[in-house]
Design a protein around this ligand. Structure first.
Ligand SMILES: [Zn+2]
Length: 316
């Protein structure tokens, strides 16, 4: 018998929650709860410039309003620097970490190939700096720390199937700690999912291409990787002639702060479950009701254009 899964919500509290975030949390919750599993809540607030505790508190109130409960946490990444430093030290001890003094402009120099998530593939420029050269450069600029990435990393996504990357060619040496001292997303997410016993990660398809990097970190840190299930993105219709784009916090009508004034929790969940292929019509439903009939096979593969009328209040 397999143990019940442990899933997670990992919001970045950089603004009010919007439907795109909620779509991912709903599927993560349904997938785990439909099999009797547990949920960990972790606030990804490493970047003090972009995130705030107040947004984190608001996200928790929104999740409670919707009935998407959790069993462990909230953990705040801002309070876990000591642990990330230990992980960084473990990678350094393997001889895989080096300082990078490149400026933003140098990194975005013309013709740099791009990894699947839009980051530039790093040229490796600082990889062979001698300790003495690095020391001299460090007098003028504090470096970022990069991880040497080599070999292949692959996995089978629960929704999109197999994906394999040549780490050197497809993503390049990646940053573990930024020059301002903030730990990078890749390090924190792998270290935390490993430490928190997460066995299933459900998240947007935009992060599919960064998964091999995280698997590489799991391997180096001796952590057991979770299963990954990526999901289609919710897209907002744009103006005439413009392609639809990913829903974001700029879409104020899709913010939970606005929607809570217009719809009940069950109406919001039912509409999202309809978009996820779980209901034949956008009828109101509780999270528990939806978990009872949840099926991954009904979730579409293609990104989903949010029908404008679906979240427009009646009579407007
Ligand atoms: Zn560099």
């Amino acid at each position: 018998m397999t143990a019940p899964p442990v899933g997670r919500f990992a919001p970045s509290p950089s603004g009010p929650m919007h439907l795109g975030n909620l779509f991912a949390y709903l599927l993560a919750w349904l997938s785990v709860r439909s099999r009797g599993g547990k949920i960990v809540l972790r606030m990804e607030n490493l970047d003090p410039q972009r995130t705030s505790r107040a947004y984190g508190e608001q996200i928790m109130r929104d999740l409670e309003f919707l009935g998407l409960d959790w069993d462990q946490g909230p953990y705040w990444q801002s309070e876990r620097s000591g642990y990330y430093q230990q992980c960084l030290d473990a990678l350094t001890a393997q001889g895989l970490v080096y300082p990078c003094f490149c400026s933003r402009a140098e990194l975005h120099a013309a013709n740099a190939p791009h990894a699947s998530d839009g980051d530039c593939v790093y040229s490796g420029k600082c990889r062979s700096l001698t300790p003495r050269e690095a020391q001299a450069l460090a007098k003028n600029r504090s470096p970022a720390l990069r991880l040497r990435a080599t070999g292949w990393a692959g996995f089978t996504d629960g929704h999109y199937g197999p994906l394999e990357q040549d780490l050197e060619r497809d993503c390049g040496d990646f940053i573990l700690r930024r020059s301002d001292g903030v730990f990078a997303y890749q390090l924190a997410v792998a270290a935390d999912d490993g430490a928190m016993g997460v066995t299933e990660v459900v998240r947007g398809r935009d992060l599919l291409g960064s998964t091999p990097r995280q698997l590489y970190l799991y391997r180096l840190l001796g952590l057991r990787p979770p299963a990954f299930v990526h999901i289609p993105l919710l897209l907002a219709g744009a103006g005439p002639g413009e392609p639809p784009r990913r829903l974001s916090k700029r879409d104020q009508d899709a913010g939970l702060d606005v929607l809570r004034g217009r719809f009940s929790a069950e109406e919001i969940l039912g509409r999202l479950a309809y978009l996820a292929g779980q209901l034949p019509k956008p009828e109101a439903a509780t999270a528990r009701e939806l978990a009872g009939a949840f099926q991954w096979s009904k979730v579409p593969l293609e990104d989903i254009l949010l029908p404008e009328e679906l979240f427009t209040p009646p009579g407007t």
